[in-house]
Ligand binder design. Structure first.
Ligand SMILES: Cc1cc2nc3c(=O)[nH]c(=O)nc-3n(C[C@H](O)[C@H](O)[C@H](O)COP(=O)(O)O)c2cc1C
Length: 132
């Protein structure tokens, strides 16, 4: 039986990475995740990424290990994972929200954990300028 899992992490754009590489990341993520049946959201605020991934447990964990190795971002910190009964996202969405302030919406997520983190992320989704 396949187990459905969600995972949330936060990271920072690598100092050596260019902003234009974020578009490359999104394009790869969309194409790959469709094949992997992974859904979720990737939000970027010009400095930090926060990504919520959901899908079959082994697939999500393997994908996260791959993402962790990606040199376009750094300081990748796992924030939450748990088994879920249903997906929250029907498709892979990308969000872009520009805010350079250290107390921005993404930065504030670090104060949460577990399901509280997930709720905090989702309550902030409305303030992200989502591009699907
Ligand atoms: C912030 C961030 C988020 C990423 N998210 C995904 C993702 O959701 N799915 C994915 O396949 N790759 C994602 N990637 C890219 C992977 O690290 C990796 O480059 C890619 O999966 C390789 O795909 P390829 O073998 O098809 O070239 C992400 C990279 C970064 C920096």
């Amino acid at each position: 039986m396949s187990l459905l899992t969600e995972l949330i992490y936060i990271s920072e754009l690598a100092p050596t990475a260019r902003l234009t590489q974020v578009a490359d990341v999104l394009n790869r993520a969309r194409a790959n995740n469709q094949v992997l049946h992974v859904t979720g959201i990737l939000v970027f605020d010009g400095l930090r990424f926060v990504q919520h991934l959901e899908g079959e447990q082994s697939v999500v964990m393997q994908l996260f290990r791959r993402i962790q190795q990606d040199t376009r971002h750094t300081n990748v910190r796992w924030l939450h994972d748990s088994l879920i009964e249903n997906r929250r996202f029907d498709a892979f969405f990308s969000g872009y929200w520009h805010d350079d302030s250290p107390d921005g919406a993404i930065a504030s997520l670090q104060n949460y954990s577990g399901v509280g983190l997930r709720s905090a992320l989702h309550s902030r989704i409305g303030c992200f300028d989502l591009v699907s």
